[in-house]
Write a protein that binds this ligand. Structure first.
Ligand code: SAH
Ligand code: SF4
Ligand code: F3S
Length: 443
């Protein structure tokens, strides 16, 4: 690689889950600390970081086509490939794509500034280590100022569901220490966050020690954060059914700032498929868990993830998924066609399901989920609830915010980003609710 001038501007493009969004923000902070500025909208950046996701197919192809686009017409930005594709296929990318100056895995991106210095001198570098010293120990202070912020508290996964790449790309489960998290949350609140969403691949597996040295779980961390006076809302995602503790369930009935929303992926309603997926819960144990949440928080909104067409899934087994959906009544859910991932056990299992069958099942599942999402929105009509103002709408005076149940609510009013307002929920749509502002609760 040739020598190049030190980059002055950067752009980070994040794909995939919210943890990648968080990592993307932190990379931006690192680069800003190094004296670089974010490229303006519509302008080319000197350095582009592709913060990739490997969860479903065509992930790598997408990276190559992005690189192609960035280098069109003889353009030569410095390109860094980060994220989960970097971890899984970094060496391959380096070989195939000379335009890429550096590859950095999700646990090593704190070393990005050094890699840039090397790239300036024409040295290409790959760093997919999972070092003992964690990136969190060396990342700069938070600068985020939006009303709703992400905070990664747990990373990695030891569950090894047979279809999933995450344990390979993100490594083993680790919990960040309590004191570091409280400090980061305080910083976020000082910089304008009113809501914090705690993130982890298995966020409810988080454990730590509180200020008194007592062992605590996620509920203990949530309680401590709820004491921050200017923090209005706390959420967490994504949970695993097997890590749900009675104390965390109880917290939903006790902590007012903990929002009535739970994202708890189930993947399938068939016990045979769940077993083949290595989920180690059953459809029934999952439903019983949800009942416990409803007992302490009757209005809780429930969300989940589904995979259709896992190898060997029969029509009958797929119908069990539809039955589970009917039994739960999700407010919002994510559903995917099974995608064989290289190196995972399911990729070589017998009974791979055809594309046509997967398409058809996905359509039926999504029809049921859309029906329930609309029904959920509909039953909130006529309620008055708090909405945190998070975005400007398309029209003058129009604003978008989130209800406690994570619905998008739009309304008109004289407000600012970060205000908490009460809104009368007037008209439900498929994906949002139109509201009428009643009053400002706090600015
Ligand atoms: N740790 C979380 C989810 C992480 S991945 C959990 O276990 O709940 C997010 C979602 O992507 C999963 O819940 C699953 O529904 C989907 N997913 C993961 N691997 C997949 C694959 N190989 N094909 C299709 N969907 C997949
Ligand atoms: Fe993947 Fe399963 Fe871990 Fe979730 S729990 S990240 S689906 S292996
Ligand atoms: Fe994708 Fe990695 Fe997240 S594979 S979903 S970016 S953990």
């Amino acid at each position: 690689m040739r020598q190049s001038a030190p980059p002055k501007t950067y752009r980070v493009k994040s794909f995939g889950c919210q943890m990648n969004v968080y990592d993307g923000e932190r990379m931006g902070e690192l680069l800003t600390d190094k004296g670089m500025a974010p490229a303006k909208d519509g302008e080319d950046a000197d350095l582009v970081v592709l913060n990739t996701c490997h969860i479903r197919e065509k992930a790598a192809e997408k990276v190559y086509s992005d690189i192609g686009r960035l280098t069109k017409n003889g353009k030569k930005p410095m390109i860094a490939v980060a994220g989960c594709v970097a971890q899984a296929e970094g060496e391959e990318i380096m070989k195939r794509s000379p335009a890429v100056g550096m590859v950095v895995g999700p646990q090593a991106y704190h070393r990005l500034p050094d890699m840039i210095d090397k790239a300036v001198h024409g040295e290409r570098a790959t760093d997919t280590d999972m070092p003992l010293e964690t990136k969190f120990d060396v990342l700069p202070q938070r600068r985020k100022v939006g009303p709703s912020a992400f905070l990664t508290i747990q990373e990695g996964c030891d569950k090894f569901c047979t279809y999933c790449v995450v344990p390979y790309t993100r490594g083993a489960e680790i919990s960040r220490p309590f004191s570091a998290l409280v400090t980061e949350a305080e910083r976020l609140v000082q910089s304008g966050a009113r809501e914090i969403t705690l993130l982890g691949q298995n966020v409810n597996a988080w454990t730590g020690e509180n200020a008194k040295g007592q062992a605590i779980g996620l509920e203990g961390l949530i309680k401590a954060l709820a004491d921050l006076p200017d923090l209005a809302r706390i959420r967490y995602t994504t949970s695993h059914p097997n890590d749900m503790s009675p104390a965390l369930i109880a917290a939903h009935g006790e902590i007012e700032k903990l929002m009535p929303y739970l994202h708890l992926p189930v993947q399938s309603g068939s016990d045979r498929v769940l077993k083949a997926m290595n989920r180690s819960h059953t459809a029934d144990s999952y439903l019983k868990l949800l009942d416990q949440f409803r007992a302490v928080r009757p209005d809780i909104a429930l969300s989940g993830d589904f995979i259709v067409g896992f190898p060997g899934e029969t029509e009958e087994e797929f119908r069990e998924t539809l039955q589970l959906v009917d039994a739960v009544g999700y407010s919002l859910a994510y559903s995917f066609k099974y995608s064989p991932r290289p190196g995972t056990p399911a990729a070589t299992m017998d009974g791979q399901v055809s594309r046509e069958v997967m398409d058809e099942r996905l359509q039926r599942l999504q029809a049921a989920l859309n029906r329930d999402q609309y029904a959920f929105n509909k039953q909130t009509e006529g309620r008055v609830c708090d909405v945190l103002v998070e975005r400007k709408g398309k029209f003058e005076n129009q604003w978008l915010g989130k209800s406690p149940w994570l619905q998008s609510v739009w309304f008109e009013g004289d407000v600012q980003l970060g205000d908490m307002v009460t809104v009368d929920m007037v008209e439900a749509g498929a994906n949002s609710v139109r509201g009428r502002m009643v009053e400002k609760v706090s600015a």
